[in-house]
Design a protein. Structure first.
Length: 331
């Protein structure tokens, strides 16, 4: 069997500062295991007897629901990330289920080998302590665990909300891009800075509405996140909400949009002004959007037209149009 290239170990937080002799000792005593699409690495509640390091691909972390429902994705792990070390140290059962949505390659160390390395290689034990201390610090102080997370995959197998939640929760700085199948054309781009979404673009939309629209669209294609170094004065944000608040609002609008679409069933229906002038009685923050839609309806327009011409997400276009209709201002 061909020797394993140690480069992926150097990209892991557990081994990044280890000397060459430690890496060689680890590689000799571990093995590479390939997982196919949908294959489970381990299940929540199982005893932990192996340490895993992602060599390639992305793994999905799933947690059981309290009501007994289907496990839900809570995070994704990319190349270089480690899992299973706490179960080996404490003897506690696995705290989550991990599976490979697409093909993934993992480097696996058995428990006995892991404990031998700790006993025979002081540098390994020291670095493990540093890693665990950083993780505890990141949990209590909300500091980043990793400065260069790398994720990529196909949106057929991954949940966008969990991808964004993972990047927010691990306080990442870098670019998340969504492209057509095969990476032919870029559809959307989101810039993260220290765990917040600071800039976003999706088709003709930017800022908050670009993120909202990502959740309101039937997305297909590939995503990729690449960590990068960025100074605060380089950010130039166009997103106004904190990361978690933005994510929660995106999910809320996504859930409520079908109710509006049920009332406005025909996106090709032409609406026109009915009243002599606009007298907006809805939310004050939507007065500018109401004026933009009102002006466009002077010559008549459908919801489909408005979505292509007014720089707001589908939810707010439907919401304001419905309010104008309810108030008898349009027909």
């Amino acid at each position: 069997m061909a020797p394993i290239d140690p480069a992926f170990l150097r990209g892991s937080e557990l081994f990044e500062n280890q000397p060459e002799e430690v890496l060689k000792a680890v590689l000799v005593q571990g093995q590479l295991v390939e997982y196919g699409a949908g294959q489970v690495v381990f299940r929540q509640g199982e005893q932990g007897d192996q340490l895993f390091i992602v060599k390639s691909g992305v793994l999905e972390v799933l947690a059981n629901q309290k009501d007994g429902g289907e496990p839900v994705p809570v995070a994704y792990l990319g190349a270089g990330e480690v899992m299973g070390e706490l179960a080996l140290l404490t003897g506690s059962p696995r705290s989550a289920t991990v599976r490979a949505p697409e093909h993934a390659e993992l480097f696996v160390l058995d428990k006995g080998v892991f404990l031998d390395l700790m006993g025979s290689l002081p540098a390994f034990s020291k670095n493990l302590c540093v890693v665990l201390a950083r993780r505890l610090e990141s949990t209590t102080l909300k500091l980043p665990r990793s400065s260069s997370k790398q994720l990529q995959g196909n949106l057929r197998y991954f949940d966008l909300a969990t991808i964004i939640q993972t990047l927010i929760g691990s306080h990442q700085t870098g670019n998340l891009t969504i492209s057509e199948e095969g990476g032919k054309a870029r559809i959307a781009e989101i810039l993260f800075f220290k765990g917040n979404v600071v800039r976003a673009r999706f088709r003709h939309l930017t800022g908050d509405d670009a993120v909202f629209q990502l959740f309101q669209s039937a997305l297909e294609g590939e995503f990729a996140f690449a960590g990068r170094t960025l100074q605060e004065n380089e950010v130039q944000p166009d997103v106004t909400m904190p990361g978690i608040s933005l994510l929660m609002e995106s999910v809320r609008l996504q859930d409520e949009l079908p109710l509006l679409q049920e009332r406005l069933r025909d996106p090709a229906r032409i609406f026109r002004q009915k009243a002599a002038q606009l007298s907006w009685g809805g939310e004050p923050e939507n007065v500018e959007l109401a004026a933009a839609i009102w002006s466009r309806l002077k010559k008549g327009a459908s919801l489909r037209d408005l979505q292509g011409e007014v720089p707001r997400c589908t939810y707010w276009i439907y919401k304001v149009t419905q309010t104008l209709l309810d108030d008898g201002l349009i027909e």
